[in-house]
Design a protein around this ligand. Sequence first.
Ligand code: HEC
Ligand code: HEC
Length: 488
Amino acid sequence: MTDQQPPSQNVSRRPHAGHALLIMALLVGCSLATVWSSESASPRDKGDRDIQDTKQKGAEGVDFSYDVFGAPPGQDPQRIAEEVKAKDKADKPAVMAQHAKILQDRYQLDCRSKDGVVMTKGKPQPIGPTVKLPNGATWDQLSKLSPEDIAAKDLFPAGFRRLPHVKPAVGGQVFPDVQTKQFPRLIRFDVNFDLPDCFLPEFPPPIFLTTHPELGDVSQGEVLTAENFDRLFRGLVTPVQLDGLRMLVTQFPQEEFNATHDRKSEKPSLGVSCLDCHVNFHTTGQFHLNPDTRPQRDRLRLDTVSLRGLFNQQIHGSKRSLRSVEDFTEFEQRTAYFNGDHIRAIKKGMNIIDRVVVAHMAQIQNMIDMPPAPKLDPMTGRLMRNKATEQEIRGEELFFGKARCAGCHQPPWYMDQQMHDLKLERFGAQADGPIKTFTLRGIKDSPPYLHDGRLPTLEDTVEFFNVVGGLQLTAEDKAALAAFLRAL
Ligand code: HEC
Ligand code: HEC
């Protein structure tokens, strides 16, 4: 297991052992390695010293590998950029091998599927569980143990812990292969995407408009881009919405994709568009680091969320809890998406958008519906008895009963507009703190699961909540619960 930590009341402030190792490997030769390795080597005291340490390391742990704009006088930024690129490329095989080892320790990533179990447009849903059990343990045993016992015996599965970014010290946006094949401008020279395609949503995802339910998927099987948005959407939406869409498919400078020397794409880039990540207003698993946390090593990996059904959501972002789509849109745009750093955003070429235009962008985002769920009663969001299978109905009973899922995932949207802290530190894992409850409507279409995509399949989410909630579900219960989730 790469991700384990000795149990401690203070785990949330401790350096992440797995992270520290990975980062060390990445940064050999670099001064950061000394900072972090010495930290992970020595056991640390609790209390104020920890906080002081974290602040100190935050200051020393420069967030980014280089910054040509801050190059010392007399240094040639072009040369520095070439040197960094050469080093990044040379390091890439080792970086990816190190990350592959982390995945290997966490998951059994063979692509299992089941006849007829498909996403909205027919891509097979991945079937799990994929998370590996710690030596000798069974899922049944784990769900019967107290958090304290699991922590003391170090039995919390590696795959239930934070999933690191492929290169945490640098972070940034990483796009899956299926997408970079069609859009080579999104290839980075320093890292690759990590998860196999079978654990990602369909590409391109279908698009459903709240204003045109009778049309079904309006994507015509294409990825919405600056080239085709007018052809696909003119006449279907208002001029305001079309203008909002224009902005959502327009590339803007971003930390790794921009026209300066300081970038991770081979050629200078115009940047990325909103719908490069939220492909067709959904997601295909692009990831990044969260903007909200410092120091760099503590930032969470973030799996791109779907924008379907945004109109019913009142808090946005895993941690930020921004209260409007407008605010979220403006924020993502202004900080070069997700670095939480407005100054670096300006350096990469900032495009201030007027609040009126932001409103246009928000309006079109609010027109996107969930995929159909033909087994749900429109009046209640619950299963219709004459449409659902026995197993799905049993799953629903569990969801609202013994499994206690409905405490947070309330119908009809299967969420509660709240953030909750699952307190994984009880199990000896690194703490996540409060995270927004994601909607479970259309959940079959958006693997991998949780904010960082640490759970590749719905079976993994059921095992996760079974252990974390101490639910003691039977094998039949768990299969029924997964079947219910697939019907939502
Ligand atoms: C790196 C790819 C990426 C790009 C580019 C991107 N987003 Fe996002 N978006 C994300 C991720 C990841 C989240 C989840 C953030 C979190 O959980 O804190 C998100 C969340 C959101 C949300 C909140 C959704 C919710 O469930 O509450 C909105 C709205 C949004 N993005 C709109 C936009 C807009 C508008 C743009 C363009 C200005 C944009 N995004 C560009 C990845 C991206
Ligand atoms: C205490 C509130 C709470 C309860 C109870 C709860 N959940 Fe969740 N659920 C959350 C939160 C918060 C998240 C997001 C966690 C994260 O990303 O780290 C989440 C995420 C999920 C996801 C992944 C969503 C996505 O888009 O990736 C699934 C699936 C899920 N829950 C299913 C369940 C099931 C099944 C149960 C019952 C066995 C359950 N939840 C019980 C709060 C809860």
